[in-house]
Write a protein that binds this ligand. Structure first.
Ligand code: ATP
Ligand code: MG
Length: 380
């Protein structure tokens, strides 16, 4: 080594200054730093994370550039970000589905809280980060994922294998492809088990970082057996901010605990509806009062007469209560917004229809938090 060339130890020492907030250790100790090349003053390396959806990916990259750039002798730094999603423990089980690294259930205590909407958009948001993602609509009673993604018809079969549909980068399978529309399906226990097993084992999923499973609403026997059957890595529970919903969520959490499936977090859906408006000619700072269902909602006029209020149509604080009581994190809140509903109705979910909008950003944030939780649980 010529004089002035930085030492490998000095580079690694600098990189030890980067802490992974979820795993609680520095990235060198965690073994994330790979392929370190020191070429004169030029330093190149790869940071391999446990998920491409890592919420602090950009921060890590910037920190790495800065810290290594400050090591004496370093003239330039090239950081490549990579990822290798950690597989969950059930994969080590004898009868695990090969290739499916993490099977994640989206559930809720009661119906209509936006489970399918969250499952679809979360799967899309994860896939948009570069992860390989599948979506299994296991809602045998009311499969509506095909409609939400604009899919119809029957899946193709290749030999003994069922080929999933592919749309917006997702691999999708649904009970809806198997049954005629408008025909109620009456499932008995053993049939249900058979169907879920078939969806997991006989569908050509390939290698997936995450398989998101949309479970039917409720906490009955069917849900319990699905949770047991599908070798779940973990579950997320969707709730609205209102109290009734919160009661049902408790049931869902207890159900998963009963079968030893970790509840990774709560998604509060249909949180505040944001209304924006304009009072023409009004001076900035003028007080606006609206008469909300639970009392007055006040705000101030901003620049150009504009104002914004948030209406808590479905109440407020439900998710926080659950999070506190069960010590489960809130992965995020999705506002009540017409674009979410219309996305679901037209087969183009909001994360695809308006990827740069605020709602897509909410889903991306939830996806990041979820992926971080998955990594943390898998690495503990
Ligand atoms: N954040 C939101 N803003 C506006 N509309 C929403 C939001 N989330 C869901 N919706 C709408 O609410 C309705 C119910 O949502 P969804 O079908 O996802 O609920 P679900 O919990 O899966 O229902 P089910 O229990 O019947 O399976 C749909 O019309 C959907 O478009
Ligand atoms: Mg649903």
């Amino acid at each position: 080594m010529t004089t002035g060339t930085p030492e490998q130890a000095a580079i690694l020492d600098a990189l030890k200054g980067i802490q992974d907030p979820d795993l609680g250790k520095d990235i060198v100790t965690l073994g994330f730093v790979k392929n370190l090349v020191i070429d004169g003053g030029n330093v190149r390396f790869v940071i391999e994370l446990t998920t491409p959806a890592c919420p602090v990916k950009e921060e890590f990259k910037n920190q790495a550039r800065e810290l290594v750039g400050a090591v004496p002798g370093v003239t330039s730094v090239e950081v490549e970000m990579a990822s290798n999603v950690v597989a969950s423990n059930p994969l080590l089980a004898k009868d695990a589905v090969p290739g499916l690294k993490n099977i994640l259930a989206v559930s809720s205590g009661k119906g209509g809280v936006g489970k399918s909407t969250v499952a679809v958009n979360l799967a899309l948001a994860l896939s948009q980060t570069g992860a390989t993602v599948g979506l299994l609509d296991a809602d045998v009673y009311g499969p509506n994922v095909p409609l939400m993604l604009g899919l119809s018809g029957q899946p193709q079969v290749q030999g003994q294998r069922i080929l999933p549909f592919e749309v917006h980068g997702l691999k999708v399978m649904s009970m809806g492809f198997m049954v005629k529309e408008d025909q109620p399906v009456i499932w008995r226990g053993p049939m249900l088990h058979g169907a879920i097993r078939q969806f997991l084992f006989d569908v050509e999923w390939g290698e997936l970082d995450y398989l998101v499973v949309d479970l039917p609403p409720g906490t009955g026997d069917a849900q319990l057996s699905l949770a047991q059957q599908s070798q779940l890595m973990g579950a997320i529970v969707v709730t609205t901010p209102q109290d009734v919903s919160v009661l049902d969520v408790k049931k869902a959490i207890n159900m998963f605990r009963q079968v030893n499936v970790p509840v990774l977090g709560i998604v509060e859906n249909m949180a505040g509806l944001t209304l924006t408006g304009n009072v023409h000619g009004a001076a900035a700072g003028t007080r606006v009062e609206m008469f909300g269902p639970d009392g007055p909602i006040t705000t101030e006029i901003g620049d150009g007469g504009r104002f914004e209020v948030v209406l808590d149509v479905f109440g407020k604080g439900g998710g926080d209560k659950i999070a506190e009581q069960f010590e489960i994190p809130i992965l995020g809140r999705i506002p009540l917004d017409p674009s979410v509903r219309s996305g679901g109705d037209t087969g183009k979910p909001v994360t695809v229809a308006a990827p740069d909008g605020p709602i897509a950003a909410c889903f991306r944030s939830v996806a990041g938090q979820l992926a971080a939780r998955v990594s943390t649980v898998n690495m503990s």
